[in-house]
Design a protein around this ligand. Structure first.
Ligand code: SF4
Length: 372
């Protein structure tokens, strides 16, 4: 029996058909999606992110809020990114670490990693997201395995956002203590993907698209999906993210999933998003994902402003970062010249936690212990 992958599902849709389906969604389609009692269909999700659903935003907010409270209680899980390296062999037109950009390239040594760990632990964190650029020689699987090995004793949950790997490489990393891998497609617009990623291994659209399948087969605990909101029409890109999520849920049902909402921020190279997304539209999208999948973790980063994060975190979000630095060594040395992009919420983790608690929520720094 030949094995299916998400590519088979993806190839059944065209970008134009999806855009038309979303634009042509009616008030009736939105109401049907909001009133459906069982599992929502991809067409229901289309309706929830459509322009027609703007008139139902308050209803979506109410529904998303009540599903989230029922499923997750009044809790927000806290995590923090730690950049291990800004070496990268890819050209990505929107990123400060892009190969052509002139900036000092750094890969943390063991000592520098442990210096970062010390500062991050003092903030209270027990869940860390390790990030690198994509350079298979300088930050290949052996470097990452070693980094996880020395970080593992200090954190209950380790996530990774690095170059897409082969299944066997993920299988190698899991016993070291890897729990979660985030791999954002950036955009599902196959033709334009090449424009944003003209050089390097990342220009291989299909290899990236099938990464979640390789992770599922490797038996990872959690997979994170997302697109870079602003590269292409956010509605079509989010539809494909939802389609991907539903496929993975059915195929690798023991795995957990998360979705993130990175809106493009200014970075080196002055990249201007072609399809800027408003805050109101981001609220609509977050609520649509929650109504579509009540179990998925929804994550909000420090790319968003303090005022906006404070207003919307309780509507459907379950996981937040705070105090983030986007440069390698940034916690111990604070070198902004190396950062990948500028964050918007610059408050300390303690300040963000105070706001969350003041709204009656429990701030969760650690929600599990892996049984090794
Ligand atoms: S987005 Fe990732 S792969 Fe692309 S240039 Fe930046 S660090 Fe490299």
């Amino acid at each position: 029996m030949s094995k299916t992958s998400f590519t088979d599902i993806f190839s059944q849709y065209t970008w134009e058909e999806v855009c038309n389906g979303i634009c042509n969604s009616t008030d009736e389609n939105v109401k049907r999606a909001l009133n459906r009692t069982g599992r929502l269909t991809p067409e229901d999700f289309m309706a929830l992110i459509s322009p027609a659903a703007k008139n139902h935003l308050q209803e979506m907010i109410n529904k998303s809020y009540s599903i989230t409270r029922r499923r997750f209680g009044n809790t927000i899980q806290m995590y923090i990114p730690m950049y291990l390296s800004n070496e990268c062999n890819n050209v990505c037109t929107y990123c400060g670490f892009s190969f052509g950009n002139k900036l000092p390239r750094i890969t943390l040594t063991d000592e520098e990693i442990l210096n970062e760990v010390t500062v991050i632990k003092e903030m209270g964190y027990d869940h860390i997201l390790l990030v690198t650029g994509e350079d298979n020689m300088k930050v290949g699987v052996d470097y990452i395995a070693h980094a996880i090995e020395i970080i593992r004793p200090h954190f209950a949950h380790i996530s990774l956002e690095v170059q897409p790997m082969e299944k066997e490489e993920y299988e190698k990393l899991i016993p070291f203590g890897l729990n979660t891998v985030l791999v954002y497609q950036e955009t599902y617009h196959e033709k334009n993907y090449k424009t944003y990623h003209p050089k390097g291994r990342k220009s291989n659209f299909n290899f990236r698209l099938e990464t979640a399948d390789r992770l599922g087969e490797a038996g990872i605990h959690k997979i994170g999906l997302g697109v870079l909101l602003g590269l292409e029409d956010w509605r079509a890109d989010s539809f494909f993210t939802a389609l991907h999520l539903q496929y993975l849920n059915k195929t690798y049902w023991q795995t957990k999933y998360s979705v993130s909402f990175p809106r493009l921020r200014p970075a080196e190279g002055d990249f201007e998003p072609k399809y800027p997304m408003s805050e109101k539209e981001l609220v609509q999208l977050i609520c649509a994902f929650r109504i579509f999948d009540e179990n998925v973790e929804l994550s909000l980063s420090t790319r968003e402003s303090p005022a906006f994060r404070d207003k919307i975190f309780e509507l459907g979000i379950t996981s937040m970062s705070a105090g983030s630095k986007t440069e390698p060594g940034g916690y111990a040395s604070n070198n902004h010249a190396l950062e990948q992009f500028h964050i918007s919420d610059e408050r300390t983790p303690a300040e963000v936690a105070d706001v969350i608690r003041a709204r009656g929520f429990e701030v969760v720094w650690k929600d599990w212990d892996a049984v090794m």
